[in-house]
Write a protein that binds this ligand. Sequence first.
Ligand code: ADP
Ligand code: MG
Length: 305
Amino acid sequence: MLIEVKNLSKRFGNIQAVDNINFSVKKGEIFGFLGPNGAGKTTTVRMLTGIIKPDNGQINILGQDMTKDPIKVKEKIGVVPETSNAYLDITGWENMMLTAGLYDIPKKHASKRSKELLEDFDIYNRRNHKVKGYSKGMKQRLILCMALIHNPLILFLDEPTSGLDVQSSIKIIEKLKRIKKEGKTIFLTTHNMWEAEKLCDRIAIINKGKIAAIDEPRFLKELTEEMKKVEITFEEKPNFENIKKLIRAPITKTGDKSFIVESEDITEIIWKISKFTMENNLRITSLNTLTPSLEEVFIKIIEGR
Ligand SMILES: Nc1ncnc2c1ncn2[C@@H]1O[C@H](COP(=O)(O)OP(=O)(O)O)[C@@H](O)[C@H]1O
Ligand SMILES: [Mg+2]
């Protein structure tokens, strides 16, 4: 385990921002921290990266105790914070050099590495422009380059795509997948279910400072097995009242000729519908079983606790 967190808590006044959480992150995985605004994601990242001290609990990163020895760990981690840490009045290149200086990277090596990173993130041709002229997406990519300059083993990102348009977000997501392929471990927070599902190997769902569930996206979905749904479309308009009476399960009309039915026993539903179809001389044009979206799972888990 590269990151191990035990009984971690942090309180601000009367707000319990992080409430006794436990989790661990394996080498090479993208671990997602998914939760709504105010859930405690940023507070957790700030404790993990040594910016604030926890009230309680242990944080072990790369075998080191983060609460006692943060300096040793900081050399081996990269951080993309919630609010930009790039200086706006200097160029992208100067920001890279400044960051390299913080890590005592020799000039020559810093230049080589910066060139590679900026090229890789498609901002090299804008390196000599002031950052205040960058688009949000470019700025975010620069911050990622800055976080990677010392070739860290673990990358922490706090809502890296928040406020970006879809295309810029996708660009970042693709880059993160590549960074993972290079063998790095990624800890990322997001409030975006879609992003978590696309990107993460495992997801912790956090709400009101507590972790509600931790698992692979596909298993989180299975937590709500009872939510199985099937959508059926007929060739002609059927008698919905008769269908309702027959299947005795809630149905939602999705069109003139189609409806969704939710049931624990989908097989039985399909069986009954087939019978109904034959008896009424109807034809089915499509039948789809729908697995719940991560969003539905998320709401269900959070409401359930
Ligand atoms: N420095 C602080 N002082 C007081 N309250 C804070 C501070 N930082 C965070 N909080 C509160 O702690 C809770 C969790 O915040 P945060 O970790 O930023 O959540 P998230 O990143 O998931 O949106 C919120 O209620 C927030 O208002
Ligand atoms: Mg936050």
